[in-house]
Ligand binder design. Structure first.
Ligand code: FAD
Length: 803
């Protein structure tokens, strides 16, 4: 059993490091481990606490924070450990409410004298050499000028204090915490993503904006849903931006105070500007504070920083950069109009509806404590936070503070809290106009623009597989499963979205208000959302009621605005968009899944890439057919290259989703009454007319295999090529074995050991380890995977070849 003086602190931001530092000073022999996904001294970190600089002020209308901030500032001003990081520049706060008076009164109530005053606007404008004379004073009542406030070099300070805590005996572990350890409901430590466990008597979560997501995982692992944060904590993001001042501007602004534009709770959050750092970089934060609602587990949606490593904190959309332009303008007007705002970052913090911290035992599990929720104002308390957190751990926190910072407490309506995240990241993630126009300019607005933006950023690999189990020909895999959306749909659907966005940019009066709508059970919807989000637009996907929860979760994970379940087929979902959603949304644009020239143009790039990667034409291309968008793109490009006489194309379907094959048999396009194949991505009841037309060409062979054979193909790819693919791809694999390909092509082409056969691994998201294992289990006992491929019974297509 862990010693009573053992502590695991997850999160090395100011809450965690301050706690570790105060604990080791109080209990030099205690066993204290700080765990964070990032090294404490790496160049940049995801922590809100890591930054170039942060405001250190005691200008609070809430007397509790005013008192605590003065206590903290005193440390910054007098303690040798903290002094090197603090700059007492003063603060200049344009107040649109009674804030200035409230702060002045709080100082009085606390018996604290400081050089602070509520100054009339005309007088204030002249201060600091008139730096703020051109600011926007609309609605401003008076300006709070507090010469005792200032700022600190936040990142340097965080590293310095962490180093000091380590010197005193704290341990630091760099690891991603995946869950907690439980013993009879009590939390006894943590479990890392690598499966390592650490135990301690106290486990403290100082995990900032990541807290709700982590608690969802812990709830799932333990079955204790009361662990979830629910509405207690919301992750919110904000944009910061910097400019490097020229020589002359630096001379003027070097000794500026911190600037704040304060608004009322109804108008929005206060925005700020920090004095230049040693590198002459002057910083702003913007006014848009946003959530990022994400399905972190099936059916569990919480706001969380985006899941990319490092959450893409440096990828800031044009719209959010405008937020910083706006901040620049309302502080300095024409003085700063020539400054280039080059460095931008999105930073996430944890919010409560009252803007109060949570420093509390977790009420759902003994041994677990939470200390976080800086609400965009927690950094300045760094020197003293740990003292309060230790009081909480030891049950000696003043009752007023226990109540204020409790896990379970009254939560006021967030409308009284100006900084509450009021936007959703998806809705304001608009980066399209510039990104698109630059790309289009560079690429002459041709279809390669799609690749630049949407596909080619993933270097697609074409791999020669010469393993013994593949007979005769050289087989290449065109890995479109590595496309950003997980399937080839990024090519066609991506191009369609790009072209519509381009039209809106050039033709619409309001280019930014565009909303894309797709009907899909999975891959096309995911590709649509990915393309729309890449270009900065929202997207809604309507899925049939039969859509799998796992696919819906993947659409959510891509950042969709809304998923609507409607109808029993994709066709019905599509009708709902066309007849109900689009008429109600003037900004709406419908994205067809396969039957459009722009989609074929996008898909044609697969042959362009194959040609350049092989340095030659292939002999055979094997591709799956759902609605036919991929086949159309391939055939179109073969025509363009005048290769249709030389390249054979196998059009693969599964039985029960074989709308092409049945149309060919019928001599006209038919509509399947329903889809009975498990390969739902191929489950289109009626192919495009163009597909039917192409499929009758002599170089096309239609092949239909069973779901079972497609599943065997998936298992073979997993086993031999270490690749997880859905049935849509698995159906292509059997042609590589046992002379099957030659039997299919018969006299159309002789396959030799030099023939180049390309399987388009078109990807797909409908696959999991569980599915593969279930298919594998079904095969074990009856026949081996290898043997089974010899007994394939294909119905072979238009030209009457039989296997
Ligand atoms: C743009 C911006 C400007 C701000 N300006 C100011 C200011 O001027 N003055 C001020 O006082 N305050 C300011 N704040 C607020 C302040 O920065 C935060 O309130 C404070 O830093 C939060 O500290 P924290 O320790 O709770 O979280 P963080 O600093 O975010 O630390 C959380 C840590 O937990 C780690 N972590 C999370 N989950 C896991 C996991 N599963 N496994 C391992 N590690 C994990 C993270 O890597 C991170 O290091 C600002 C905040 C932002 C975003």
């Amino acid at each position: 059993m862990a010693s009573n003086k053992s502590y695991i602190i997850v999160g090395a931001g100011v809450f965690g490091v301050s706690t570790a530092f105060h604990l080791i000073k109080k209990y030099p022999n205690a066993d204290i481990t700080l765990v964070d996904r990032d090294a404490f001294d790496q160049d940049t970190r995801v922590a809100a606490s890591w930054d170039w600089n942060k405001v250190v002020r005691a200008d609070y209308d809430d007397i509790v924070y005013c008192k605590m901030a003065i206590e903290s500032q005193d440390m910054f001003k007098t303690d040798n450990l903290w002094k090197p990081y603090f700059y007492q520049t003063g603060i200049y706060w344009m107040c649109r409410s009674d804030y200035a008076q409230d702060v002045v009164n709080n100082y009085k109530k606390l018996g604290r004298t400081a050089d602070l005053a509520a100054v009339p606007i005309d007088e204030a404008r002249k201060l600091y050499g008139g730096l703020f004379e051109d600011a926007d004073y609309t609605g401003v009542k008076e300006v709070l000028v507090n010469k005792s406030s200032g700022w600190a070099t936040a990142g340097e300070c965080l590293i310095g204090i962490t180093r000091e805590a380590l010197r005193l005996g704290v341990k630091y572990k760099q690891a991603e915490v995946a869950s907690l350890q439980f013993d009879n409901g009590r939390v006894t430590g943590i479990k890392t993503g690598d499966g390592e466990t650490l135990t301690a008597a106290h486990t403290l979560l100082c995990t900032g904006a990541y807290t709700p997501k982590l608690l969802e995982y812990c709830a799932q692992a333990s079955g204790n849903n009361d662990l979830c944060a629910g509405e207690r904590i919301v992750a919110g993001g904000i944009t910061t931006g910097m400019t490097k001042l020229d020589e002359e501007s630096y001379r003027r602004f070097a000794s500026m105070p911190v600037g704040v534009q304060g608004y009322t709770a109804e108008d929005g959050p206060f925005i700020g500007s920090l004095p230049p750092t040693r590198d002459r970089e002057l910083k702003w934060w913007g006014e848009k504070i946003f959530k990022n609602d994400t399905e972190v587990l099936p059916g569990r949606i919480v706001s969380a920083p985006p899941a990319k490593p490092d959450y893409g904190q440096w990828e800031v959309s044009e719209r959010l950069k405008e937020d910083i332009q706006h901040a620049n303008h309302v502080f300095y007007g024409k003085k700063s109009a020539h400054w280039k705002l080059e460095k931008h970052r999105i930073c996430w913090d944890a919010f409560t509806t009252s803007s109060d911290f949570i420093i509390s035992p977790h009420t759902a599990a003994k041994g677990l404590y939470v200390a976080t929720c800086g609400n965009f104002h927690g950094w300045k308390f760094f020197p003293v936070l740990g003292k309060y957190i230790i009081s909480m751990l030891e049950g000696t926190l003043e009752p007023e503070l226990s109540e204020k910072w409790g896990w379970d407490r009254e939560r006021p309506d967030p409308k009284y809290f100006a900084d509450w995240p009021r936007h959703d990241m998806k809705d304001i993630w608009q980066g399209s106009v510039t990104a698109y126009s630059q790309a289009a300019e560079a690429e002459n607005e041709d279809v390669n623009g799609v690749c630049l933006l949407l596909a080619a950023i993933w270097e697609l690999v074409i791999v020669q597989r010469a393993s013994a189990h593949i007979d005769k020909a050289r087989v290449f895999l065109k890995l479109d499963n590595l496309q950003p959306s997980g399937s080839f749909k990024s090519r066609g659907v991506g191009n369609y979205v790009l072209q519509r966005a381009a039209e809106r940019i050039t033709s619409s009066a309001t280019p930014n208000s565009t909303h894309f709508y797709a009907a899909s059970g999975g891959n096309a919807g995911i590709a649509c959302v990915h393309a729309a989000r890449m270009l900065g637009y929202p997207a809604t996907v309507v899925v049939p009621k039969s859509a799998k929860p796992v696919m819906i979760a993947k659409i959510w994970a891509m950042g969709v605005s809304k998923v609507i379940q409607h109808g029993s087929t994709i066709a019905e979902a599509q009708e709902y968009i066309l007849n109900t959603l689009l008429p109600a949304d003037p900004t709406g644009v419908f994205v067809p899944p396969f039957d459009h020239q722009d989609i074929w143009d996008g898909n044609a790039t697969v042959v362009q890439e194959i040609a350049s990667q092989l340095g030659d034409k292939p002999d055979v291309v094997v591709c799956s057919v759902g609605g036919g968008g991929l086949l159309n793109g391939i055939m179109q490009e073969l025509d363009d290259k005048k290769w249709n006489n030389d390249v054979q194309v196998l059009a693969m379907e599964t039985k029960g989703a074989d709308s092409l094959r049945q149309s060919l048999d019928a001599g006209h396009i038919i509509t399947l009454p329903r889809i009975t194949s498990q390969a739902t991505s191929l489950g289109v009841v009626r192919v495009a007319e163009k597909t039917y037309e192409y499929a009758q060409r002599p170089n096309v062979t239609s092949v239909v295999l069973s779901d079972e054979e497609a599943a065997k193909g998936c298992c073979l790819l997993a086993e031999h090529e270490r690749m997880m693919v859905e049935l849509t791809v698995g159906v292509n694999v059997p042609v590589c074995f046992d002379g099957f390909l030659q039997r299919l092509l018969a006299s159309k082409k002789t396959i030799t050991k030099d023939s180049k056969v390309v399987l388009v691994v078109c990807g797909g998201n409908d696959i999991s380890l569980d599915m593969l294992m279930a298919w594998r289990m079904a095969m074990v006992g009856s026949e081996t995977v290898q043997e089974s491929t010899t007994s394939m019974t294909a119905r072979v297509g238009a030209t009457g070849v039989t296997a």
